[in-house]
Design a protein around this ligand. Structure first.
Ligand SMILES: Cc1cc2nc3c(=O)[nH]c(=O)nc-3n(C[C@H](O)[C@H](O)[C@H](O)COP(=O)(O)OP(=O)(O)OC[C@H]3O[C@@H](n4cnc5c(N)ncnc54)[C@H](O)[C@@H]3O)c2cc1C
Length: 392
């Protein structure tokens, strides 16, 4: 595609995987990534652990020379502000404009910030990008009592890192179970038991934060039952929302994300979208693996491969925090299930079936069957075949 130009907005997993796939298949194409971040692409999941590392930096996706060597333009600190679909141009915050033949929106997601009074105080924040990490590390220069709002995977990883650094942590979750998206009541209870001995950690379930207290700085929080917690840092970990504003403003179809089909194309044939910013067949994923795959599919389609399609496969959530391993995939609820508990060894396995076929499962304490579980869901194995595969 001599002389053609692909502009990618966003330097996360989806944007970079698309750029790599484009370059692998086409040496001539002009490829430019524009990012509003100030650092080269890094693996976002490593932010949670970077806090407790020296130096506190996330893991880079590629060596610094990679982009030059691959002839991929990487433009940092460039926030895309508007898209002119008729003129096929993107306008950036500094007033500059860039033309495209194909545009890939890989703008990711942002942390959902609930509208709690006091949430704008400087020590109330979330962890989504490198700027947040820099801000958090400055706040952690003195010992803190952190209130983490949300007991999901990211909240637990974050609390593990804060505890490692010697900070005190209270976690609060509105659902009655820890990790409500991954665990059922029994697994949640077991997980709570495993965490009960962790020093400096308190977990409050079935409650929420009503107000964050403090005039200029965070001094505490009022909970739903009216009780008060003294804390001087509030970390919001309450889910993410697709960054779809850029798409919306130029008339692309959006709902919970930018709407695309399995070909990753939007309602404008010159504009593709991939990763956390998209909604595909009624789903937003919010996971790195599908973002990478969607980036690859978008690249293949841009290069004219009509067969490339995202298959909405099975993607699991993995967590290792406080030495406890957890893996869950597919459905994590339902009456038709097979359960295995070894309380002494702290192992729990629950496999969910629908119409006699495996549709999901939870592996707690021993995640060695995670690949089998994913395969069983993907192949919709029945009970007999799932047992033969070693799932039960
Ligand atoms: C702390 C943390 C831990 C996580 N852990 C896991 C995990 O263990 N496993 C897992 O599968 N997933 C995890 N995730 C989710 C995973 O990181 C995302 O699913 C993945 O990063 C999505 O990639 P993406 O490229 O779609 O979006 P992003 O990685 O969000 O990248 C989007 C990029 O676009 C930029 N951007 C947005 N708007 C503009 C604009 N207008 N102009 C220019 N640039 C723009 C953003 O700054 C960002 O750099 C975690 C996320 C976080 C925050």
């Amino acid at each position: 595609m001599m002389g053609q130009r692909v502009v990618i907005i966003g330097s996360g997993a989806a944007g970079v995987s698309a750029a790599k796939a484009l370059r692998t298949r086409d040496a001539e194409l002009r490829i430019d990534i524009y990012s509003d971040e100030e650092v080269p692409p890094y693996f976002r999941p490593s932010l949670s652990f970077a806090i407790a590392q020296q130096p506190p930096e996330p893991r880079p996706m590629n060596p610094p020379e990679f982009y030059r060597e691959k002839n991929i333009g990487l433009h940092l600190n460039m926030r895309a502000e508007a898209i002119d679909r008729t003129g096929k141009k993107v306008r950036f915050a500094d007033g500059s404009e860039e033309s495209y033949d194909f545009l890939l929106l890989a703008t990711g997601a942002s942390c959902f910030i609930p509208p709690i009074p006091g949430v704008a105080l400087p020590e109330a924040m979330s962890l989504r990008d490198h700027r947040d990490l820099v801000k958090l590390m400055a706040l952690l220069e003195r010992k803190r009592h952190a209130l983490i709002v949300g007991c999901g995977v990211l909240g637990l990883e974050l609390s593990g890192s804060l505890l490692k650094l010697g900070h005190r942590v209270t976690m609060i979750e509105t659902a009655p179970t820890i990790l409500p998206r991954q665990l059922d009541a029994v697994a949640g209870e077991m997980y709570m038991e495993m965490l009960s001995g962790v020093e400096n950690l308190e977990i409050i379930l079935g409650s929420g934060v009503q107000e964050i207290l403090g005039a200029d700085h965070v001094e505490g929080a009022v909970l739903a039952d009216g009780s008060r917690i003294d804390c001087d840092l509030v970390m919001i970990s309450a889910g993410a929302r697709a960054n779809r504003e850029l798409a919306e403003a130029c008339g692309l179809n959006t709902d919970r994300g930018i709407l695309v089909g399995p070909d990753m194309v939007t309602n404008d044939p010159a504009i593709f979208a991939a990763g956390d910013c998209v909604e595909i067949i009624c789903r937003t994923y919010g996971l790195q693996e599908p973002a990478i795959e969607q980036g690859r599919i978008a690249a293949a389609r841009i290069l004219g491969d009509d067969q490339a399609a995202f298959s909405c496969g099975v993607y699991g959530a993995t967590l290792t925090a406080f030495g406890v391993k957890l893996f869950s995939a597919g459905a994590t609820g339902g009456d038709d299930c097979r359960e295995f508990i070894d309380r002494e060894k702290k192992i729990y396995r629950k496999i969910f079936l629908a119409g006699g076929r495996v549709v999901g499962g939870i592996l707690l304490g021993d995640t060695s069957r995670s690949v089998i579980l994913k395969q069983a869901i993907a192949a919709q194995l029945d009970g007999t075949h799932a047992a033969e595969a070693g799932l039960f």
